[in-house]
Write a protein that binds this ligand. Sequence first.
Ligand code: HEM
Ligand SMILES: *[C@@H]1O[C@H](CO)[C@@H](O)[C@H](O)[C@H]1NC(C)=O
Ligand SMILES: *[C@@H]1O[C@H](CO)[C@@H](O)[C@H](O)[C@H]1NC(C)=O
Ligand SMILES: *[C@@H]1O[C@H](CO)[C@@H](O)[C@H](O)[C@H]1NC(C)=O
Ligand SMILES: CC(=O)N[C@H]1CO[C@H](CO)[C@@H](O)[C@@H]1O
Length: 324
Amino acid sequence: MAIKNILALVVLLSILGVSVAYPKSSLDVNYYQSKCPNATDIVRNVTEKLVGPKKSLAAALLRMHFHDCFVRGCDASLLLFSPNKDAERDAIPNLSVRGYEVVDAAKAALEEACPNVVSCADVLTLVARDAVAAIGGPWWEVPLGRRDGRISRKDEANLPSPFAGIAELKKNFTDKGLTVKDLVVLSGAHTIGISTCGLVNPRIYNFNGNGDADSDMDPSYVRDLKQRCKPSDSTTTVDMDPGSVEKFDTGYFNAVSQKKGLFVSDSALLKDIQTRVYITTQLALGEKFSTFNKDFAESMVRLGKLGVLTGKDGEIRNKCASVN
Ligand code: HEM
Ligand SMILES: *[C@@H]1O[C@H](CO)[C@@H](O)[C@H](O)[C@H]1NC(C)=O
Ligand SMILES: *[C@@H]1O[C@H](CO)[C@@H](O)[C@H](O)[C@H]1NC(C)=O
Ligand SMILES: *[C@@H]1O[C@H](CO)[C@@H](O)[C@H](O)[C@H]1NC(C)=O
Ligand SMILES: CC(=O)N[C@H]1CO[C@H](CO)[C@@H](O)[C@@H]1O
């Protein structure tokens, strides 16, 4: 009877998803301390060396990490290269992803110091953190121990759309286990970086089929954008936080609050009470007392945990562009 009860309990716990004998391995900031004690310093040194003279790479690397994590989890699937052009990096949202060379350089330096130890998924997560810090943005501890995936498929590269409204964005983030606060905080990443005109033009030329711009945009901002983005031009780039594209600050929230958010998905943050209040609160606190840096650090740690492979899952790739 006792044994039967214990068995019933074990069955019940496993139904509830509680693992009895094998606790799920989790990430740990000290994961490489004994395996490769210099790992984090090596990544930071390489990242600083490459991002220092080319600050625009910081935005590219931050976005690369986001795109990796949103598709199949943070497993470096975005870095895999396919000669058939059918991997994640070949999907439309990835066509403008830049900075692969920084990840490759960091990985190469790690392979010199400790071969086959540090995953590309961890390298990319660290590089994104170090790149943000290298331009004076926040710094945070990165839990480590991710392993690399072996699958990367173009048709799975579903990322939130820049034309998405607030309900869709909230759903996209909460479906991943992130919160509405994570949505507004992580959207603050658009305080750095650029976009191509191709994604902006539908919003400033003929948004509703009547030749007008989206009325959620400030008219003077629309005029500025039209100066830079001509209707037939999809490749010229525009700053997402005009005037401070390489500075990690609350400038983006200021722009959004003035109806100068570049995408529908940026303006959308004014259409939900929670996201709007977050923005107005950060602006009221001012640059000095804003909690944005601290909030960003916390949300990045959560983003970096999406769908990670740990323990015996996946592999440690030798080269980030190909499976072993
Ligand atoms: C909320 C949903 C989001 C949407 C719809 C969105 C959309 C976009 C789009 C369309 C671009 C321009 C790409 C191009 O021109 O090809 C962009 C750039 C960028 N995004 Fe997002 N994004 C979102 C969230 C995020 C998050 C969560 C992060 C990071 C934590 C991020 C970081 C960036 C950065 C840094 C850039 C500039 C890239 C560069 O300069 O190369 N975005 N985003
Ligand atoms: C870590 O880096 C330092 C400084 O570059 C070096 O002297 C030391 O040998 C490295 N340690 C290991 C275990 O590789
Ligand atoms: C990182 O760079 C610093 C400063 O240049 C140097 O002192 C340190 O030895 C480097 N660390 C590693 C592990 O390469
Ligand atoms: C976002 O939500 C929309 C609407 O439900 C859905 O069509 C789209 O696939 C979602 N995208 C992501 C990245 O989850
Ligand atoms: C930067 C980068 O590697 N982007 C790739 C995205 O996909 C296109 C199409 O396959 C590649 O040409 C780019 O190299």
